[in-house]
Ligand binder design. Sequence first.
Ligand code: PGA
Length: 251
Amino acid sequence: MSRTPFIAGNWKMHKTVDEAEQFIAGLLPRVSTADGVDVALCVPYTALAAMVDSTRGSRVEVYAQNMHFAEQGAYTGEVSAAMLAELDVHGVVLGHSERRELFAETDKALALKVPAALEAGLKVILCVGETEEERERGDMQRKLRHQIQEGLEKVPTERLGDVVIAYEPIWAIGTGLVATPEQAQEAVSFCRDLVADRSKEQAERTRILYGGSMKPDNAGELIALPDVDGGLIGGASLDPQPFSAIVAAAA
Ligand code: PGA
């Protein structure tokens, strides 16, 4: 089965609406002819409505960077899946390592967030990955097994392939250190095996991205790996030029 490559930018806490509009004006002409690749931007809540508007009719989809699992309730500062769907947001990135490390996001919460997002019609990118310490003490597979099994636990089998997984080794995020092609392929194919434990057919459909210091000069090699279906891009997604170059490398 062939999987369409997918390049998603993760702006994190960057860009006001004004800055986001400038970015989009620079990006759209650069990616309009890139064929055979899906493109998304994960933007701050405050820029969602403007970005949905400015990308309408283009190939670029707009994702949020987090959401709550409940439909509504006394959760000050939180946003529900229905609130995102109402804005015509296409999807949401869940379980980014910064949310896990800095904001106490747990696998338990993600086990509820992932199906809640799918139920609301949102696409999901579920982030997983090990720290340097976990890799060094041989705990990478154990960590990935936990994160993927729990994150997908309440997803119905026939929808497993709708969840995009982003393998992001934490030691490679924002550090300029990139996983070697061997390390990336090994971890990403292990992630696919974990989905296959539930359903081989769904595992073949599942798109698995690599993330962590992906740049125009290393993207081609990583995306060409047999199990890597694209990238989740932080730093290099803040400027249209490098981001569009990565999209072109995947096209
Ligand atoms: P980076 O971030 O590309 O800046 O390493 C990736 C991410 O955090 O998704």
